[in-house]
Design a protein around this ligand. Sequence first.
Ligand code: URP
Ligand code: ZN
Ligand code: ZN
Length: 473
Amino acid sequence: MTTTLIQGGTVVTATETMQADVLIDGEKVVAIYASGAVGEIAVDTVIDAGGKLVLPGGVDVHTHMELPFGGTSASDTFESGTRAAAWGGTTTIVDFAVQTIGEPMMAGYEQWMAKADGNCAIDYGFHMIVSDVNEQTLKEMDVLMGEGVTSFKLFMAYPGVLYSNDGQIFQAMQKTAENGGMIMMHAENGIVIDVLRDQALARGETDPIYHSTTRPPITEAEATHRAIAYAELAGSPLYIVHMSAKEAVAEVAAARDRGSNVFGETCPQYLFLGWDNLQEPGFEGAKYVCSTPVRNWDEGHQEAMWKYLATNDLQVVSTDHCPFCMNDHPVLGTQKRLGEGDFTAIPNGLPGVEERMRLIYHGAVSEGRLSLNLFVEVTATAPAKMFGLYPQKGTIAIGSDADIVIFDPGVTTTMSVDTNHMDVDYSCYEGKEVEGKIETVLARGKVLIDNDQYLGAKGDGKYLARGTNQYLI
Ligand code: URP
Ligand code: ZN
Ligand code: ZN
């Protein structure tokens, strides 16, 4: 087995910051010791991390590679999307397999396993999107638990597409209360949103900004409140995905204060983007259309999200990576432009899997909102614990997978589509300067990125059968 020593860096975990050397044997971390405390040891490779941060590989628990959605399909495949993730310092993803309405859930699971198998650059697991809660599906939730798919996403939005009604939601929660799984909720009141949407269109309001005005904060807050009420009644853990409204996170905070197992996730788009972006001229605003929507800066949602991360009312920053091209995908075409003249036809979703770690480091550490350890917590450790992957993933510890990022905080880099590797023709953060460079990335001991070169291969990533939530109160 190959041995590697990462020498002279500052090793950062969710709880510690230390000058330490990390010894890797094969795929695992086997020793961590004070820098220079041990004399010279014979290893195959020495990586000099002097002046750099040695971080756990990022864990992004919300991606949608190849997702069929909005009449098209997310432009990153498992191959391109996981390679881009590696470039960005993310070494584990949890993606969403989807049940087709009217078909068994297991068929969706098998389909997504086949899409990912042999194609991924980094390790991956699956959640299951339950599109059709019925007697058969409820039984299949038990089967999936045995396959390491221990979290199930339901939608209170998108009536007629992915939507579940309150009874279905409650039944699924009763099931996870019984089998140890967790419900992930897309919490937006889709019924009310559809009324607001139709009224906006009737008034001739067709531009991208109306995607956000027709999904006001109360539609997120009300759905979040309702989902929490049902989860508390059923006794199921609940994780609210992609949160953007401060009123909605207040519902999560209140539930946590009551001692409930309720958790919340936000994403870089809700920390850095807003209505200015949706109002960019010439249909450029379509780039930022996603649900829940990016919100009005003047209402203070973005800073509230940072504050809620600091107070542990939000626990995770994922990406909800779901890219669609604006202008020139060779196969998929001008995807976002499907909604020119009708914002309701803009495919919902945006890219981010490659940009999350640098963006969050910058907003958190460089700009002084969260500590370095909390940055590691929300981007790696908490997501790994939340979805049953810890301590194999999400930390640097003896026995953990050697998923490690060597990060240079002294270099300023510029976000750009020209330097990104995601299969999408824009960056939501074009031209943004951030402190920090992802210099070297190891996944299970193998160097995937070094010196601006990709050294990995399709199929390096393996399926992760996950355990249950390790973050429960
Ligand atoms: O706009 C979004 N979020 N697209 C992806 C699907 C989802 O709801 O997560
Ligand atoms: Zn969603
Ligand atoms: Zn999503």
